[in-house]
Design a protein around this ligand. Structure first.
Ligand code: FE
Ligand code: FE
Ligand code: ZN
Length: 298
């Protein structure tokens, strides 16, 4: 099982991310190179990167399973003028170069929202942006994420994802599934086998590079995108465990992006150590919050 969670990149960059992942009992992780809401980024510190790699090797973390997530702010479908579009593409190129400097393979990117272009043109603009960014970088791969369909989000069904991939026409563009987004877009996770068959027929199962494992606060087809802790939402523990243990996705990293647990007005704690333990044991524990408090000595 290749499982991890979203972790921080603040302070000592990749080294801090690795330490945090190890503290959760994870064997992979996902990070943002800076704040998800902006495009300000500090240069990569090679000393931290090298120490991170040594620590990964000692803890059975394969860097090929590590994932970076691009900030939400770049919207390659919000075409207003070439300057704005090119800014997004240039940021994407810089982000790909940063992860290449880290030795990380995957960059998850949200397709964007079609605010001004019609849907078909928006999807083509996204695919074209990925194509340019991949042409100007060496080996890092983009994973376009399946979205819930909130507002005018693009990439909310298999046909839209396929159109983006076909437009890009580069083997370094693959796909990141997100179970909360799939549920909210109308895919029943209880019928995940069927979804995988459809995915394989249309796109090819080898194009799945990562799966985000989240429960959902909302009903099937709600188009909302609000993540819930594993087993506490509308998808449920058993359906999510089946996704995680699906033999066809055995070699694909699974990443938790579930919400922090609010302990009191001043303190929220990460649930990942306890959720990963629950996933490994295969049994749901409704006392998650008490487990987290116990482990934190509260
Ligand atoms: Fe995402
Ligand atoms: Fe996600
Ligand atoms: Zn989401």
């Amino acid at each position: 099982m290749i499982i991890g969670s979203h972790v921080s990149f603040k302070g000592d960059q990749l080294l801090g991310s690795v330490k945090e992942a190890i503290s959760y009992g994870a064997n992979t992780f996902m990070f943002y190179t800076g704040a998800p809401q902006n495009t300000m980024r500090s240069p990569i510190n090679d000393t931290y990167t090298n120490e991170a790699k040594t620590l990964m090797a000692a803890n059975n973390i394969d860097i090929n399973n590590v994932v970076c997530h691009a900030p939400y702010i770049i919207n390659l479908a919000d075409y207003e003028n070439d300057d704005k579009y090119n800014f997004g593409i240039n940021f994407l190129i810089q982000e790909l170069k940063r992860i290449e400097a880290l030795g990380v393979k995957y960059l998850v990117v949200h397709p964007g929202s079609s605010l001004k272009l019609d849907r078909m043109e928006a999807l083509k603009a996204i695919g074209n942006a990925f194509k340019i960014a991949l042409t100007r970088t060496d080996h890092a791969e983009i994973l376009v994420e399946t979205m819930a369909g909130k507002g005018s989000e693009c990439g909310t069904n298999l046909n839209e994802i396929k159109l983006i991939l076909d437009t890009c026409d580069n083997p370094r563009l693959k796909v990141c599934l997100d179970t909360c987004h799939l549920n909210d877009s109308g895919v029943d996770i209880n019928e995940f086998e069927q979804y995988l068959t459809d995915f394989d027929n249309l796109i090819g199962i080898d194009k799945i590079g990562c799966v985000h494992i989240n429960d959902s606060k909302n009903e099937l087809g709600s188009h909302k995108d609000r993540h819930e802790n594993i087993g506490f939402g509308t998808i449920g523990f058993d359906a999510l465990i089946k996704v995680i243990n699906n033999p066809q996705l055995k070699d694909v990293p699974k990443i938790l992006e579930t919400p922090y647990i609010k302990i009191n007005d001043n303190l929220s704690l990460a649930p990942y150590k306890e959720e990963i333990a629950m996933i490994k044991s295969g049994t749901f524990n409704p006392e998650l919050i008490n487990l987290i408090k116990d482990n934190a000595g509260i």
